[in-house]
Design a protein around this ligand. Structure first.
Ligand code: T6T
Length: 331
């Protein structure tokens, strides 16, 4: 049983080196560059992301790696094959055995990851929650995330603009019980209500573009006068655009998607998606390492840091702000 579990873990836990992430101020001197006493220098930090191959997390890991290089700490990045607590938990359990000095993690469920993370905190590692959070975040010294509720509200505003102020809209989430998704949905519902949009339903795509495409086609069959979709992450947005194209409804239904990875930006250029709410992915990773090092050096730590978002449309897609907010496939 143990053997089978560890083989599965090796297959699932993609440890990727973020080599080549170095910034212009790379430091290999091993001394702390943040004015601290350098006691964190050489310490080991592990970052566990939500899923492998997702440009949001790749970009976040790049920001974390640049900061780790700058501060002279070691960073190891691990990612499950799927955005699923049952895939992420064994990785966290293996990290516990390795006893890192600090763990940065994006929990894939608000409650299921609590116990696995707590065991690491109880063993003395500093925990920083990045991107997603836990219902009970007392295990963490710091948490850093986009203001997802505000982002969801902004999505409602952008969608209302695109559909002329009124009409039927669908909320297409990626997984209930994930803090980012729950908060984006909450903000969207609040915004839609304030603006008088008619919400016809909330559905979840399980982080699978194919499922998002089917959901959108079924929603159109139920409500042929559907006017808008808010897709709460990159995979939901990608699939929603595919679904509308397959239903030949891309001229009738407008999409606002969260995240701005390469596929989403292409879809925006092709007018298959009309607005993207982009996160400061690299900055979330950078702040995560910064706060972990502060904790390791006994310095003041910020319990909660909110990062902003940038709304990208075809009007500003080539602006420096929009380009800076786009996620990358590699560092
Ligand atoms: O939207 C991001 C992230 O913020 C969310 O928690 C999970 O999905 C993404 O990684 C995008 O795919």
């Amino acid at each position: 049983m143990v053997g089978r579990a560890s083989v599965a873990l090796m297959a699932a836990a993609a440890t990727f080196a973020v080599a080549g992430c170095g910034s212009s101020d790379d430091s290999s001197s091993g001394t702390s560059a943040n004015g601290g006493d350098g006691s964190a220098s050489g310490k080991k930090i592990t970052l566990v992301t939500g899923v492998k191959g997702d440009e949001f997390y790749i970009t976040m890991a790049c920001g974390a790696q640049r900061e780790a290089d700058r501060l002279g700490v070691q960073l190891d990045v691990q990612s499950p094959d799927e955005f699923d607590p049952s895939k992420q938990t064994p990785i966290v359990n293996a990290v516990a055995a390795a006893k890192p000095d600090a763990l940065l993690i994006a929990p894939t469920d608000q409650s299921a990851l609590y116990a696995p993370i707590k065991q690491i905190a109880d063993a003395g590692s500093k925990i920083v929650l990045v991107d997603t959070t836990l219902e009970n975040s007392d295990v963490a010294v710091s948490q850093i995330a986009t203001d997802n509720r505000a982002g969801g509200k902004e999505a409602a505003r952008a969608l209302a603009d695109l559909i002329g102020g009124s009409g039927k809209v669908l909320l297409l989430g990626f997984r209930a019980g994930v803090s980012t998704d729950d908060l984006r949905g909450q903000g969207f519902r609040e915004g839609a209500e304030e603006l008088g949009l008619e919400l016809v339903g909330t559905e979840y795509s399980d982080n699978k573009p194919e499922k998002a495409a089917s959901i959108v086609k079924a929603a159109l069959a139920r409500d042929p006068d559907l006017k808008g979709v808010f897709a709460t992450n990159s995979f939901a947005s990608e699939g929603a655009a595919t679904g509308l194209r397959e239903a030949d409804a891309q001229d009738q239904v407008r999409i606002v998607g969260f995240d701005a990875g390469p596929v989403q930006v292409d879809q925006l250029r092709q007018n298959l998606v009309q607005a993207l709410i982009a996160q400061q992915s690299a900055e979330i990773g950078r702040l995560g390492v910064e706060q972990a090092v502060n904790a390791l050096e006994g310095r003041a730590v910020e319990a909660r840091i909110g990062t902003g978002s940038t709304t990208i449309t075809r009007d500003n897609i080539d602006s420096p702000e929009a380009r800076a907010a786009m996620d990358k496939r590699e560092c």
